[in-house]
Design a protein around this ligand. Sequence first.
Ligand SMILES: Cc1cc2nc3c(=O)[nH]c(=O)nc-3n(C[C@H](O)[C@H](O)[C@H](O)COP(=O)(O)OP(=O)(O)OC[C@H]3O[C@@H](n4cnc5c(N)ncnc54)[C@H](O)[C@@H]3O)c2cc1C
Length: 359
Amino acid sequence: MSSFDVAIVGGGPAGSTAAYRLATAGKRVLLVDRATFPRDKPCGGGVTLRAARLLPFSLEPVIEDVIERVELGLRYRHRFRKATQAPIAYMTQRKRLDEFLLRKAQEAGAEVREGETVDARELDARYVIGADGCNGTSAKQLGLGGGILHGVALEANYPHEARFVGTMVLELATLAGGYGWIFPKGDHVNVGVGGDESEGPRLRAELARMCEAFGVDVDAAADTRGYRLPMRTPETRLAGENAALIGDAAGLVDPFSGDGMYEAFLSARLVTEAILAGDLASYPAAVERTIAPLAHAGWGARAAFTRFPRATYLVVRLPVTLRAMEKLLRGELAHPAAARGLERGAVRAIARLAKAAGV
Ligand SMILES: Cc1cc2nc3c(=O)[nH]c(=O)nc-3n(C[C@H](O)[C@H](O)[C@H](O)COP(=O)(O)OP(=O)(O)OC[C@H]3O[C@@H](n4cnc5c(N)ncnc54)[C@H](O)[C@@H]3O)c2cc1C
């Protein structure tokens, strides 16, 4: 008999929440991470309400700000500010968030090993889950993954500025396939830019431009870091007989927003449900049902903003579109195609632009 029911490689948001769920359900779980926590991860640390709602416990201890206002700009020329009807996201720092989630898994009974790099093929467990992010090795070792496309992003932290408190700033279409952001945290602001992989050489200049446009002192940057954003394609293999991939290891980052924590939490839940049902083979279909419709809309919005930035921005700034986006971010709407009434019209307008852009 195996020493563990499930071994999980990687203790980020995906791995830790899968470990928590499986241990809570009474499974013998091993969670291994090559880092020692607390460790950081390049990330804006924005947890949408939709993502937070998926968790079986509150994130309250690690929330540093609550987003109740958005400022949406287009290429530094057009901009508007709007209060949201209710909070849409929590701001966290990954260093604190990930340690919090890892300890939750430990408290639930998972055996946690930190500072260990393992070969996923050599783990003594009935099931192995690859949750080691976009630079991990478990996918290859398990004969899974493949066909993943990458975006790129660069971010840095700057001194805290009160004017950004409670506000999410997004500067759209500044890079092909991407945008710039400012996220407020407890004692600093996180500024970043991201887009298509081919935009890599432009990231540094674009980050400086973003800072200048918003009066953030470029030279005060701390912890400047670049990282990749993995996005799966139909060729990506998510599960085998006894193994599966979740989170970034599965390429589940949203192609438009670059968010991946919702997908990390959701894939952790889906793989847990499949394992508890003794039917791991059902996991890829569950991802198709729940995450694929969002990713499809994400590819569409990404293409529409890259090819027709002004027209797409004009649709996005309509009150009805903003309402639909808010509902999506709060998890009140499963995916854009599920919108009804006038909101459906707005979603269709973006879908038409996406179609004209080839998606
Ligand atoms: C610049 C940037 C900004 C982002 N901003 C946001 C945002 O604001 N909101 C959002 O929702 N998403 C954001 N994302 C995406 C988000 O960071 C990822 O989707 C998320 O971290 C995925 O979680 P994960 O658990 O799958 O992987 P990770 O968080 O990458 O965790 C993987 C873990 O595996 C460990 N590991 C790696 N290799 C091994 C090994 N061989 N053995 C053992 N352990 C290993 C690592 O140490 C790590 O702890 C951003 C991404 C980037 C790059």
